[in-house]
Design a protein around this ligand. Structure first.
Ligand SMILES: [Zn+2]
Ligand SMILES: [Zn+2]
Ligand SMILES: [Zn+2]
Length: 154
């Protein structure tokens, strides 16, 4: 079963950064059917980082971001065949579209997210490995960054 996106006012919690591919992925259904969902370009399944992240659609910014049913990553769905998924085909979109706030690059970690020009996924800039489905590491499509919020600890 593919991951489902349950958006509440287009605010989606239960997102994490993968420590292998650095992509932002959705992981409510992460614990089952690992053969089919949440595949990682860095082999097997995504490994969640510590902080829970939140994708918040504020209605302004860049439209066209969707989650992939197969790899669970948030990617820029500029066409039906946009991007490259794990295994080489295109991502398969969940039909909920998000608008992400675009900001100029900053050192703030909430502003360090970039669009990969090869696989179209949103990933966090920084050191270390960042496995891309197109091979080698992700490469930023531009210097633009996108805002992703960290869920405050309650
Ligand atoms: Zn991953
Ligand atoms: Zn995908
Ligand atoms: Zn990539």
């Amino acid at each position: 079963m593919a991951a489902t996106v349950e958006s509440n006012g287009k605010l989606v919690r239960n997102c994490y950064r993968c420590t292998k591919c650095r992509e932002l992925f959705y992981c409510t259904d992460f614990d089952y059917d690992k053969a089919k969902t949440a595949c990682c370009p860095g082999t097997n399944t995504h490994v969640q980082g510590t902080a829970e992240l939140m994708v918040n659609d504020t209605g302004s910014g860049e439209k066209g971001w969707k989650f992939c049913k197969y790899c669970a990553a948030l990617y820029y769905a500029s066409s039906a065949t946009a991007g490259t998924c794990v295994g080489g085909g295109s991502h398969v979109a969940v039909e909920v579209e998000f608008t992400l706030t675009k900001v100029s690059s900053g050192s703030d970690s909430s502003n360090s997210w970039a669009k990969c020009g090869k696989c179209a996924c949103l990933y966090q800039r920084g050191g270390g490995t960042a496995n891309c489905a197109k091979g080698a590491s992700h490469e930023a499509a531009s210097t633009d960054s996108y805002t992703v919020n960290v869920v405050p600890k309650s």
